[in-house]
Design a protein around this ligand. Structure first.
Ligand code: G4P
Length: 559
């Protein structure tokens, strides 16, 4: 017997993350999306977070000092009967491995691009993670109210820099102070941008719509505040030329290709002016995937679990310590993958082969937490980890009644770009340091690489974002009583090595490379320059230099 309503609940869920470079407008877009979800009173919370006075814990203190937000939030809202789960990907200075890991819990990504800047470095890195997972990507090109690059040029960049084909679902008319609106290619409607527009009650700018290009009012509406009909004509002619070019030479829309992550639908607008955002949200909901079946780890082949299975399952993609300023607690974030989640349900923790009761499942909105009673595939649930036993990548599932425990593919470790050594101020604290490093690296705060044959002596720490070292230092002091100094190394890349014939000494002999071991004893090469990485790749054809740790099953099992 299948679970009542499960098809419907799965069908109405969309779980996604926004990937962008700082300043592209992610906070602004998020606020507007929340607004459509009727969460207006909460929308301000995204920014208000910075000013909250929860300063009792060291953790919050670090946030306050740096004016950033380290705590994760999962924003959940309802739009037209659909349940949207927006996973907040830490950005800015707090960019870290967590940002990448969050993408493993998403079913789609929205790639937000600044129309004046195009594809920027952080977007590119995040895009690579999405591509690795085959995530469908929806592109929103923002800030058309500012002078922008030519839209065709931006599409070209998507293809050249990211290697993804694109299909514009809309097309902009002008940009900057000559931005006149957007044409919706699916519905053949013109939406005219009117900076003098009056926001309605929900804060939306009224967009004027035209259903045909021959509408005599259209040119007038494109003539802008100066009523410049000649300019309107020039803009319109250019628009027509571009649209014809797209029809002739552009990639046609192909939903299967979108779902395979090979074609990105592109939208244009201005998040700040709330222009093009709602249309984008509607199309996104139509086209983005519902929670899909996920692969189970193991040798038996590509077994997947359907979200509508009767067996409950989920995996942990992130662990956050000290979220509650009043308590030193750890919250593990679980993405639900199949079945129905109910409060107090008893499930099996697959790695520890142990039954646990999920008694205090939490839902988060910014820093508020609410206990929830039920949740469905696609939802994210926070759980207090009172024993400190949970690890990133752990699977929970219901067992019995013919259901066996299983584990999902793990959450990969991503190659760091910042490296450092750690020095203790008091040599008597070596043991505590080791314990702290061990535990905090299992939590994913930093990665640890050991020198071959040197045991725990002088490990190199790796991080995706430099702030991770500060967090480590802070927590070593606060939770393990160890005062440390972080000494930066000048490596800039790390690659796991796959394949036979690795001669570690060859890399150790060189001044600009070093061969280390990760926590599972797998070889990792550190590089000091782009050049040395290229040298390695070109001169070792039998080896692969990969950016995520190859999965080692069976490690991290019961300890
Ligand atoms: P982020 O989270 O991606 O870092 O970006 P955020 O939303 O904070 O936006 C970065 C800046 O870009 C903000 O300006 C924001 O107002 C502006 N912005 C976002 N969307 C648009 C848009 O569509 N058009 C224009 N013209 N600007 C946009 P700020 O001056 O840094 O901050 P604020 O004082 O406006 O908050």
């Amino acid at each position: 017997m299948s679970i009542p309503n499960i098809e419907k609940e799965v069908d109405r869920r969309r779980t996604f993350a926004i990937i962008s470079h700082p300043d592209a407008g992610k906070t602004t877009l998020t606020e507007k999306l929340l607004l459509y979800g009727g969460a207006i009173h909460l929308a301000g919370a995204v920014k208000a977070k910075k000013n909250q006075k929860n300063t009792t814990s060291d953790w919050m203190e670090l946030e306050k000092q740096r004016g950033i937000s380290i705590s994760t939030s999962v924003l959940q809202f309802d739009y037209g009967g659909d349940q949207i789960n927006l996973l907040d990907t830490p950005g800015h200075k707090d960019f870290s491995e967590d940002t990448y890991r969050t993408l493993t819990a998403a079913d789609a990504a929205v790639m937000l691009i600044d129309a004046a800047k195009g594809v920027e470095p952080q977007t590119r890195k995040l895009f690579e993670v999405c591509r690795m997972r085959g995530l469908p990507i929806f592109t929103f090109i923002n800030k058309f109210d500012r002078p922008s690059r030519e839209p065709l040029d931006l599409l070209d960049e998507l293809e050249k820099v990211l290697g993804i084909r694109s299909c514009p679902m809309a097309w902009p008319i002008g940009s900057g102070d000559r931005f006149r609106g957007v044409y919706d290619r699916l519905s053949n409607e013109f939406m005219v941008f009117n900076t003098g527009g009056i926001a309605n009650q929900s804060g939306r700018l009224e967009a004027k719509k035209f259903s045909s290009a021959s509408d005599p009012e259209l040119l007038k509406s494109l003539s802008g505040p100066r009523d410049d009909l000649d300019e309107a004509k020039v803009l319109y002619d250019q628009f027509k030329e571009e649209i014809e070019l797209l029809e002739f030479a552009g990639d046609p829309f192909d939903h299967a290709q979108v779902l395979a992550g090979k074609l990105t639908p592109v939208f244009f607008g201005s998040a700040m002016n709330n222009f093009g955002v709602e249309r984008f949200l509607q199309r996104f909901i139509e086209l983005a995937p519902r929670p899909v079946a996920r692969e189970v780890a193991g040798d038996e082949g590509k077994k997947t679990i359907s979200p509508t299975s009767d067996q409950f399952s989920g995996f942990i993609f992130k662990i956050q310590a000290n979220m509650d300023p009043m308590h030193r607690d750890r919250v593990a974030f679980m993405r639900i993958c199949s079945g129905k989640f109910e409060r107090n349900m008893e499930v099996t923790h697959a790695r520890l082969e142990k039954k646990v009761k999920l008694s205090k499942p939490l839902n988060f909105f910014a820093q508020e937490r609410v206990i929830i009673d039920e949740a469905w595939p696609g939802d994210i649930v926070g759980m207090l980890d009172t024993t400190g036993e949970l690890r990133i990548g752990d699977t929970f599932c219901s067992t019995g009644n013919g259901f066996k425990a299983f584990e999902y593919q793990g959450v990969p470790r991503f190659s760091p770009e910042h490296f450092a050594g750690v020095v203790i101020k008091d040599p008597m604290k070596r043991k505590q340091l080791q314990k702290g490093l061990e535990q905090l690296s299992e939590e994913g705060v930093v990665q640890i690489y050991r020198q071959r044959g040197m045991g725990d002596k002088d490990p190199v720490l790796g991080a995706v974002g430099a702030l991770q070292f500060e967090v480590l230092q802070h927590r070593l002091l606060g939770e393990y009583g160890v005062d440390t100094k972080i000494e930066k190394h000048n490596f800039i890349h790390a690659r796991w090595v796959v394949g036979p014939d690795l001669k570690a000494e060859e890399f150790d002999r060189r001044e600009d490379t070093r061969c280390m071991e990760d926590r599972d004893g797998q070889p990792v090469i550190l590089f000091k320059s782009d050049w040395s990485l290229r040298w390695a790749v070109e001169n070792h054809k039998t080896l692969q230099f990969v950016t995520t740790a190859p999965e080692v099953r069976g490690t991290g099992k019961k300890k």
